[in-house]
Design a protein around this ligand. Sequence first.
Ligand SMILES: CC(C)(COP(=O)(O)OP(=O)(O)OC[C@H]1O[C@@H](n2cnc3c(N)ncnc32)[C@H](O)[C@@H]1OP(=O)(O)O)[C@@H](O)C(=O)NCCC(=O)NCCS
Length: 141
Amino acid sequence: MRERSEAEIQVERVMGFFASRVALRWTITRPAEDRLLGHVSLFNFSEQSGRADIGYGLARPHWGQGLMHEALTAVVDYAFGPLELRRLEADVDPANAASLRALDRLGFSREGLLRERWQVGDTISDTVFLGLLAREWHSRA
Ligand SMILES: CC(C)(COP(=O)(O)OP(=O)(O)OC[C@H]1O[C@@H](n2cnc3c(N)ncnc32)[C@H](O)[C@@H]1OP(=O)(O)O)[C@@H](O)C(=O)NCCC(=O)NCCS
């Protein structure tokens, strides 16, 4: 994003998702600063099916400090606690080692490789599909 208006449109979209209960997005900040460092989202969210996808991103200067680990732990706790979901899913580009490490740390299992799943511009990439079950999370805790 380059313009404030782009951010405002994005916030409107996210609030709409929240209102219709199809996605939840949290912002990551430090307690003393009101500045956005990153986000974590639950999307394709359905209380009926008991599952959601998890997505996340952190601005590059904040990588490697464990911030996303702390944020993901809180969101997974919330998903398997108050939201009572049964399963979380993620799909990750196999080349995205930092993201795969973040999910491995939480106990996600690699459940499959979907070949040529995404096309972004001219680039076609496979995706690693990962899942974490509530009962696995609770037994780790
Ligand atoms: C994926 C992404 C969020 C990972 O960020 P990250 O900072 O590596 O993630 P974490 O918060 O889990 O930090 C873990 C790293 O911090 C280090 N660290 C330092 N202090 C730590 C602490 N107290 N607790 C945990 N880790 C700590 C760890 O050693 C680890 O480094 P390593 O992976 O080199 O071993 C980041 O690379 C990103 O935003 N990428 C772009 C967006 C993206 O790819 N999103 C996911 C799409 S599927």
